[in-house]
Design a protein around this ligand. Structure first.
Ligand code: SF4
Length: 176
């Protein structure tokens, strides 16, 4: 354990100094649970790259447009079956109201994510994004990769095509 910590310290010292790390060293950092040391090193790198000490951030809001999801991952406490009394799909009005509140609070970004709902089609999302962009000046950070793949399968289109259409409709970026 001590040897591992020492190794971590050496790798972080090199990272802070701006040296290039090897793949194995990257894996070692990724596997480490010493979040304090990793966070401190990340902060030192930030200070090296931005000596004027300017920190920026965005105010955004996560809007989960539906909790219906047909994947039903076992670890997930969020999803509900379509016929569950707790299932919901937010109406457009509700989504717009949430965006309005965000903008009023100084927000500039909206993250839209939801379950994989069998009834929500690509056209539904294209319309939704277009309407949001017509009403609000916000950055749309939306849809996880599984949502995109699911939409592509349902629309029988390549993923690239779905991404292009969503982008044309107003999608600005994808969450990781
Ligand atoms: S895909 Fe996402 S929303 Fe659906 S069950 Fe899995 S974790 Fe939950």
């Amino acid at each position: 354990m001590k040897g591992q910590e020492k190794n971590l310290e050496e790798i972080l010292t090199r990272a802070v100094a701006g040296e290039r790390l090897s793949f194995a060293e990257g894996v070692a950092l990724f596997s480490s649970s010493n979040l304090l040391a990793l966070g401190q090193a990340a902060d030192l790198v930030r200070r090296r790259l931005h000596p004027d000490n300017v920190v920026t951030f965005v105010i955004d809001r996560n809007i989960n447009y539906t909790n219906v999801c047909e994947v039903r991952c076992r670890f997930c406490a969020f999803h509900r079956a379509e016929d569950s009394p707790e299932a919901y799909v937010l109406s457009r009005e509700e989504i717009f109201r949430k965006i309005e509140e965000t903008v009023a609070a100084g927000g500039t970004q909206i993250l839209l994510q939801g379950g994989l709902h069998p009834g929500l089609t690509l056209d539904y999302f294209l319309d939704l994004l277009q309407e949001i962009k017509a009403r609000f000046k916000v950055h749309l950070h939306a849809f996880s990769p599984p949502e995109i793949v699911y939409l592509a399968r349902k629309a029988d289109l390549p993923v690239e095509e779905v991404l292009s259409r969503l982008q044309e409709a107003g999608l600005d970026s994808l969450p990781g």
